[in-house]
Design a protein around this ligand. Structure first.
Ligand SMILES: Nc1ncnc2c1ncn2[C@@H]1O[C@H](COP(=O)(O)OP(=O)(O)OP(=O)(O)O)[C@@H](O)[C@H]1O
Ligand SMILES: [Mg+2]
Length: 111
């Protein structure tokens, strides 16, 4: 299993969720975060939106089986991309296990 964390523009949320739903992924976590990339929030900041170089972003977390990783990455990259700086980034890391609390199911069965 892998944990896919995508930092995206808040305006891309609907397209990303719709894209994931369309191919049948159900579990997702969305968090409000602040961050900056290589431009340090400077060139992206306008209309007084940035605080000390940090811009509002959303973190989308999806845990999937290894076979689904590339598909999910493609969906997120396609639906979150505008081509402008600040489109975001996708990080992939290993997940040791998952447990569905209600049933006690473990591993991919719990996703
Ligand atoms: N190396 C990193 N580690 C952790 N978070 C990061 C990293 N790079 C980017 N982020 C997060 O992703 C958000 C979007 O990054 P961003 O798309 O601006 O990356 P970038 O490398 O500057 O690319 P671009 O040149 O396309 O803007 C940042 O606001 C930050 O929250
Ligand atoms: Mg940037």
């Amino acid at each position: 299993m892998k944990r896919i964390e995508a930092i995206i523009r808040p305006s891309a949320l609907r397209a990303v969720l719709d894209g994931l739903k369309a191919v049948g992924y159900s579990g997702v976590t969305v968090s409000e975060v602040q961050g900056h990339g290589t431009q340090k929030g400077i060139t992206e900041s306008y209309r007084g939106q940035s605080v000390e170089g940090l811009l509002p972003k959303l973190a989308i977390t999806v845990v999937v089986g290894d076979k689904q990783v590339n598909k999910v990455i493609q969906i997120i990259a396609r639906t979150a991309r505008t081509g402008e700086i600040g489109d975001g980034k996708i990080f992939v890391s290993p997940v040791l296990t998952a447990i569905r609390i209600r049933t006690g199911e473990k591993g991919e069965k719990a996703l």
